[in-house]
Design a protein around this ligand. Structure first.
Ligand SMILES: Nc1ncnc2c1ncn2[C@@H]1O[C@H](COP(=O)(O)OP(=O)(O)OP(=O)(O)O)[C@@H](O)[C@H]1O
Length: 293
């Protein structure tokens, strides 16, 4: 049976440059409805509305934050996710090997090769690709929107440099499987990539039923640069500064509240519990990708 498709478009993605792509998007998708997200959180509301109207293939046209909102709008219902990557970095699209051009992404969506992947959660809040506790979440929280718009991803580098001068927090990670770790900055991955083509979780797979963690005992510009360099070549440092773990479920706590981000957007504060629902999310991938259903 043919899917009923609805597109949820975020004009604010790619530093608000995505809005210039709306006419192009209309010309590529023809009569398929495009609903425009009007404010942060609206992509989730529009997805819920679309599902109530009987649409069963919801296409997120935006970046990772838009995909996150769309998936949160699924609320456990049996619908399929399509993606037209219009964000700045598009880490999840990179993980799935999706084409970046609107035409190619649309052709792939119409081909309809579905893969079923895991759906990670922070408390009850789903995310698709990654989460961070500590430094990166704080960077997202404090980097002003106008500075982000002007300097793009470079604006985060300015903030990191400033934040590294501050005292580092203490994070405790308690795995359901029994182990306990301590550190100051935690990254959690469903897939391999973080922040671009950086393979911070080289062992991660989107459909293995587990989450990968990377806990830094402390962070400095040298440690971060070393990690970025190594992860670009698919090798994370294995020295004492970084603990790698895999787990189905774990708790993260800290003496003080520490910020948490999900898929590149600020989410809230510790304590937070991470878990992973295996084989829960249907997503359209290129025909060359082996479907798991
Ligand atoms: N109409 C809107 N006005 C302002 N912000 C919006 C609007 N609609 C959605 N948003 C917000 O835009 C933010 C950025 O979206 P998104 O993450 O998709 O783009 P991006 O940051 O360019 O991409 P990526 O995360 O892949 O680099 C999200 O936090 C989302 O909540």
């Amino acid at each position: 049976m043919q899917n009923k498709i609805c597109i949820i478009f975020n004009p604010a993605a790619r530093g608000e440059k995505a809005k210039n792509l709306l006419t192009k998007l209309h010309s590529v998708v023809g009569k398929v409805p495009i609903k425009i997200s009007q404010y942060p959180g609206d992509a989730e509301a529009k997805t819920e509305w679309a599902i109530e109207q009987g649409y069963d293939l919801i296409v997120a046209a935006g970046g990772d934050g838009t995909i996150n909102e769309v998936v949160n709008g699924f609320n456990g219902r049996e619908v399929t996710l399509g993606i037209i990557p219009l964000g700045t970095i598009n880490v999840f699209a990179m993980e799935l090997g999706l084409p970046r051009s609107i035409e190619k992404a649309w052709t792939m969506i119409l081909q309809g090769n579905v893969k079923i992947i895991d759906l990670p959660k922070a408390n009850d809040h789903p995310f698709v690709q990654l989460a961070g506790v500590g430094l990166d979440a704080k960077v997202l929280q404090v980097t002003h929107k106008d500075i982000r718009k002007t300097f793009g991803p470079l604006s985060y580098v300015f903030t990191v440099t400033k934040l590294l001068k501050e005292p580092q927090p203490l994070i405790e990670v308690r795995l359901k499987e029994g182990k306990r770790f301590f550190g100051s900055f935690l990254l959690v991955g469903n897939g391999k990539y973080y922040g671009g083509p950086f393979s911070v979780f080289p062992k991660a797979r989107l459909d293995d039923g587990i989450l990968d963690g990377c806990l830094f005992s402390r962070v400095s510009s040298t440690i971060l640069l070393k990690c970025l360099f190594k992860s670009f070549f698919n090798k994370m440092p294995t020295d004492c500064e970084v603990i790698h773990f895999q787990s189905k479920q774990f708790q993260v706590s800290s003496p003080e509240e520490i910020p948490v981000e999900l898929d590149g957007d600020f989410y809230g504060y510790t304590p937070v519990s991470f878990s992973c629902e295996p084989h829960k999310l249907k997503v359209i991938v290129p025909p060359s990708e082996k479907a798991t259903c």
